[in-house]
Design a protein around this ligand. Structure first.
Ligand code: FAD
Length: 455
């Protein structure tokens, strides 16, 4: 045996598991396909940009206690997004006056509240729902009704697609209720790590016992052969050259659900021999969602006195609209830097991510122009550079993050238990606490698997 435990994937989940196990005396071999750690934590620092730019995870959602402890231990600085949220509803801006200041803004803020999650009649009905699990689209079609219900439909579908990266035609309402309850417990405040999210990955690696960790970067797992008490992982280089296999008594698999669902022969795909029934069940209950995220570096912060004051919201944090291509945007407020990040999720993102990066950036620029009412030429002239990472086309992610499909919670549950005390599954897609799709779910599930072994 080469180690006590093999961990597949050095994202947040695999690193959290490696930290816990090596500190408890287990020899760990950590296998990572990319030439870097962090997985979907990917921070870039382009020359001339004052702050790091995230390509993957961006926010710390709420104040989840385990995450906050790690953030403190890693010495990371969290910046709260505490500016103004503007919503484009029926051609009007809600949530701010043209000066972006004063009492009028607060009044408009009240108005925008009508569209907030807590006041949404469909989400309220989902939270009360005791019946069988349904997809969001079926729930909307068969429950409730009336003008308030009808008015809430586009926002609710947009929320599921945008926030959860989910397809409203398949996502489970029981799971939506679970995620809403988790958000209510942990708070709805949003923070971003000032020094970059990749600091968390670097800190986790640094916190492993180096004497007990073998980290292998640029090494792709292609086949997991297992029997109770022994796992052999077949490996190849990123270029496809076969490498010597590694074996251990146990393995923790933290690979993204998109990778686990990839057909054999696809780059990054892993075969299991035998294929665990628990994995087959889970793959029919959880799906990889799609998202497109574009950061634009602009010549000026046009929302603060720039562009002739045509769009003046100096304290802007979020712009929410129903734009079909890229509806959601955010600034780095309270940091006054000329960056705007656009976001779309769900089926619209799946379509957009079929395009080349330059086309995604151009589409995002056009959407931003439409939303703020500039000509597309004027907006293009304001953009200096666009940054995007296409996670849907990335063979080691195959999507952005997971959501649970109708009836999926029961199908997923067996995958969260040890399989013959030999195989353990972790990663954001294996969360059972309503935090699927987050960094804190990745960390917590990695620690769950490590504790199952160290118990
Ligand atoms: C655009 C985007 C925005 C997001 N925004 C947020 C946010 O604001 N807040 C938040 O909390 N979360 C956010 N998330 C989700 C968050 O990034 C993930 O939930 C989390 O990082 C997943 O960690 P993980 O360890 O489960 O998986 P990963 O980070 O994907 O780690 C799995 C690792 O396995 C490796 N791997 C894959 N295939 C193989 C193979 N065959 N052999 C060996 N290694 C392999 C991968 O390279 C990767 O390093 C976002 C994600 C994306 C994509």
């Amino acid at each position: 045996m080469d180690a006590d435990v093999i961990i597949l994937g050095a994202g947040a989940s695999g690193l959290a598991a490696a930290r816990l196990l090596t500190r408890r005396g287990y020899a760990v071999t950590l296998i990572e396909a990319r030439e870097r750690i962090g997985g979907r934590l990917l921070t870039v620092r382009p020359a001339g940009v004052a702050i790091p730019i995230e390509m993957g995870a961006t926010f710390v959602h709420g104040c989840p206690s385990g995450m906050m402890e790690l953030v403190r231990a890693a010495g990371m600085t969290l910046c709260e997004l505490n500016g103004q949220t503007l919503m484009r509803v029926n051609g009007q801006w809600l949530g701010g006056d043209e000066d972006g200041a004063g009492e009028a803004e607060e009044e408009h803020g009240e108005e925008a509240d009508e569209y907030r999650v807590e006041r949404n009649p469909i989400l309220a009905a989902i939270l009360r729902w005791q019946g069988p699990d349904l997809t969001l689209d079926d729930f909307i079609a068969t429950q409730g009704g009336g003008p308030e219900w009808e008015a809430a439909i586009p926002w609710t579908r947009g929320y599921a697609a945008g926030y959860d990266a989910a397809d409203p035609a398949t996502v489970s309402v029981r799971w939506i209720a679970q995620t809403e309850r988790a958000t209510a417990i942990d708070g709805s405040r949003q923070f971003f790590p000032l020094e970059g999210y990749d600091r968390l990955a670097a800190w986790l690696l640094g916190a492993c016992d180096p004497a007990r960790l073998t980290l292998r970067l640029g090494v792709v797992a292609s086949r997991v052969e297992w029997a109770p008490g022994k796992v052999t992982v077949h490996l190849r280089s990123a270029e496809g050259a076969p490498l010597a296999p590694v074996s251990a008594a146990r393995a923790i698999v933290t690979l993204p659900i998109g990778v686990l669902a990839a057909p054999a022969g696809e780059p990054g795909a892993v075969q299991f021999d035998p294929f665990p029934a628990e994995l087959a069940g889970a793959l029919s209950g959880v799906a990889m969602g799609h998202a497109a995220r574009v950061t634009l570096r602009l010549r000026e912060r046009f929302w603060d006195a720039g562009a002739g004051g045509r769009f003046h919201y100096p304290r802007l944090s979020f712009l929410l609209s129903g734009h079909p291509v890229m509806p959601t945007w955010w600034t780095s407020y309270p940091l006054l830097v000329p960056l705007l990040t656009g976001w779309t999720g769900g089926p619209a993102a799946q379509r957009l991510t079929a395009s080349a990066d330059e086309e995604i950036i151009a589409a995002a620029t056009g959407a931003l122009a439409d939303i703020v009412g500039f000509s597309r030429e004027d907006m293009a002239a304001l953009v200096e550079e666009g940054y995007v990472h296409n996670w849907s086309r990335d063979p080691y992610a195959r999507g952005a993050y997971c959501y649970v499909t109708v009836g999926g919670l029961e199908k997923l549950a067996p995958l969260t238990e040890p399989i013959a005390d030999t195989l353990y599954f972790a990663g954001e897609g294996t969360d059972m606490d309503g935090n699927t799709g987050t960094v804190h779910a990745a960390l917590a599930t990695g620690e769950r698997a490590a504790r199952q072994i160290a118990r």
